[in-house]
Design a protein around this ligand. Structure first.
Ligand code: UFG
Length: 342
């Protein structure tokens, strides 16, 4: 059981982490952020204060550093952990596999050791639908077999899930939850927090919004010869605030699960093509997207979306936002971003 309401949020200045911090505060929890700020910026902390009306305790620290983390655990009396901190760029992971293995796996091991030392039971881990590889059966349930990782990044998620499972097998007191995200997009409706990624974005929605903003010249649609309704790939796009809420629900209902680790797919349950995303963006924002059809991208899965029944039932959770909402909020964030960075 949650010893108290103080929740360690590693990577709490990141995209999903920051939205989860907001959701935790709204639900009466006390988040404490640990983040290196390597892939975020300090203004996110100020904006979290604006949104929540309180200063969120923050440590600039790396979860791989056991000494640093131990000092934080000594000072704070955590009731649970939500572990987001990880590298997530698929292409970069192919170029620098060791960077991904050491960071994503190293940080998990440090945190599990600390859970053991402090007998911390409640642990939520950020996983990904990438663990399913190219699934034969769609929609994907939690029972769908895991596939072959398409990248070192994907492999870190599979390995981390295995480590947590093996650790739980010999530590019956431990209650981890693995949340497998589909495609988190959008931003907080207030437009103060969103996705920050540095450099050229690899993901569809930030590339799209940057193209409309004029930062990128043209959005390339990676292939239109897939066997889908319009030939472009199908994904399950889910609003980041819906993903954030599912973390809070996981903390709330963690004691009710019958076995651990308990696994949930976090998606909207809808499959949308790349062209549908572009069209939805254009309609809701009354703007044109400059795009062209290009070659397929290596490693892209043709079609994947989630069966969300288990999450809806056991987490007492449902998506609140539509694809149109996510496109509206993603654009509101992109429009303001430049001014925030100053
Ligand atoms: N796409 C484009 N043009 C772009 C970027 C993306 O057409 O410039 C297309 C992709 O081909 C794909 C879709 O948009 O069909 C979504 O691509 P993203 O890169 O946004 O997302 P992915 O589904 O490839 O990747 C996501 C997460 C990964 C995770 C993976 C698991 O970002 O972290 O799902 O399937 F590993």
């Amino acid at each position: 059981m949650l010893k108290n309401k103080k929740i360690l949020v590693t990577g709490g200045c990141g995209f999903i982490g920051s939205h989860t911090v907001v959701s935790l505060v709204e639900n009466g929890y006390d988040p404490v952020i640990v983040d290196t700020l390597e892939n975020s910026e300090r203004f996110i902390l100020d904006h979290l204060e604006k949104i929540t009306g309180r200063k969120i305790p923050f440590y600039e620290a790396n979860c791989c550093n056991e000494t640093q983390m131990l000092a934080i655990f000594e000072k704070e009396n955590f009731g649970g952990i939500i572990h987001f901190a990880a590298y997530k760029a698929v292409g970069e992971s192919v170029a620098f596999p060791l960077k991904y293995y050491s960071n994503n796996i190293g940080s998990l091991i440090v945190l599990l050791k600390l859970c053991e030392q402090y007998k911390l039971t409640d642990f939520i881990f950020s996983s990904s639908c990438t663990v399913y590889g190219s699934p034969e059966q769609i929609p994907v349930t939690e029972e769908t077999p895991m596939g072959k990782a398409e990248s070192p990044y994907g492999n870190t998620k599979i390995i981390c899930e295995q480590i947590i499972t093996e650790f739980t097998a010999v530590n019956a007191w431990f209650k981890p939850v693995l949340l497998r995200y589909f495609n988190p997009v959008g931003a907080h409706p207030g437009g103060l927090i969103g996705e920050l990624g540095k450099g050229v974005p690899m993901n569809l929605v930030p590339y799209l919004t940057q193209t409309v903003k004029g930062i990128r010249e043209v959005l390339t649609v990676f292939g239109n010869d897939y066997s889908t309704k319009d030939g472009t790939c199908v994904r399950d796009y889910i609003h980041v605030c819906d993903i954030a809420n599912a973390h809070v629900q996981s903390i709330k209902y963690i004691d009710e699960f019958t076995h651990y680790p308990e696994i949930f797919n976090l998606g909207s349950g809808n499959g949308n093509t790349v062209l549908e995303v572009i069209k939805t963006f254009e309609e809701i924002n009354n703007l044109k997207v400059n795009y062209r059809i290009g070659q397929r991208r290596n490693g892209d899965v043709e079609k994947i979306f989630a069966n969300t029944e288990k999450a809806e039932k056991k987490l007492h959770w449902k998506c609140q936002y539509t694809l149109a909402d996510t496109m509206k909020h993603a654009w509101a964030w992109e429009k303001n971003l430049e001014q925030f960075k100053k």
